[in-house]
Design a protein around this ligand. Structure first.
Ligand SMILES: CC(C)(COP(=O)(O)OP(=O)(O)OC[C@H]1O[C@@H](n2cnc3c(N)ncnc32)[C@H](O)[C@@H]1OP(=O)(O)O)[C@@H](O)C(=O)NCCC(=O)NCCS
Length: 176
């Protein structure tokens, strides 16, 4: 039987996908939390393999960016910027997972996490990790996908009003 999950196609994103990515970014995040064109463009060059798009009927429905780091810091910025990127890092840190509001509840987010698990394995990383905003739904979304909280941090993402800046550091172990 074909499930919704099967019709989602994952592709590596490239600079020519920037306009579509910006549209999805607008349909996903509040204005204060959106990445701008230059930030997204720079990520596409910084670590190309970490940029994955989820397509439904050939439309970009969501995208994710992850980068290798050598250890997780306790702020979103501290893990997301250029400086922590380490091409040999043993942690794959998910900087963002975003699904356009039009495509939520269809397992698009789950498929993108699955692809990040695969990528972490292929790269030989020990841990896939992220900081989850303390908002309704984010924690169940990640726990259902095999992530566990190991620390809760105040001031994780100060600009994020919806979470009062609180973030939960979460991980999914690839190797024990
Ligand atoms: C969080 C987000 C990525 C989830 O994407 P999605 O494609 O809608 O999620 P899925 O359909 O794969 O959901 C997987 C499971 O998580 C649960 N889940 C997802 N969002 C949820 C919510 N808001 N409340 C409760 N559970 C939720 C689903 O019910 C589903 O459970 P099931 O397996 O029992 O059916 C999406 O809502 C989003 O982009 N939000 C805005 C950006 C954001 O906050 N990103 C996360 C940053 S930490």
């Amino acid at each position: 039987m074909i499930t919704l999950r099967d019709i989602i196609e994952i592709k590596r994103l490239a600079p020519e996908d920037l306009d579509d990515m910006l549209m999805v970014e607008e349909e996903t995040w509040e204005p204060d939390l959106r990445a701008d064109r230059e930030t997204i463009r720079e990520r596409l060059y910084r670590f190309p393999e970490g940029n994955l798009g989820a397509y439904v009927n050939n439309n970009l429905a969501g995208f994710t960016f992850a980068q290798r780091i050598s250890y997780p810091r306790k702020t979103w910025e501290g893990n997301s910027a250029k400086e922590p990127f380490d091409p040999d890092g043993k942690y794959l840190y998910i900087v963002n997972v975003g699904v356009s509001s039009r495509y939520r509840g269809m397992k698009v987010g789950t498929r993108m996490l699955d692809e990040n698990k695969k990528l972490a394995k292929e790269l030989g990383c020990d841990v896939l990790c992220l900081g989850a905003r303390d908002t309704d739904g984010n924690i169940p979304f990640y726990t259902k996908n095999g992530f566990a909280i190991y620390e809760t941090v105040n001031g994780f993402w100060p600009e994020d009003k919806a979470s009062n800046g609180i973030g939960h550091l979460m991980e999914h172990r690839i190797k024990d």
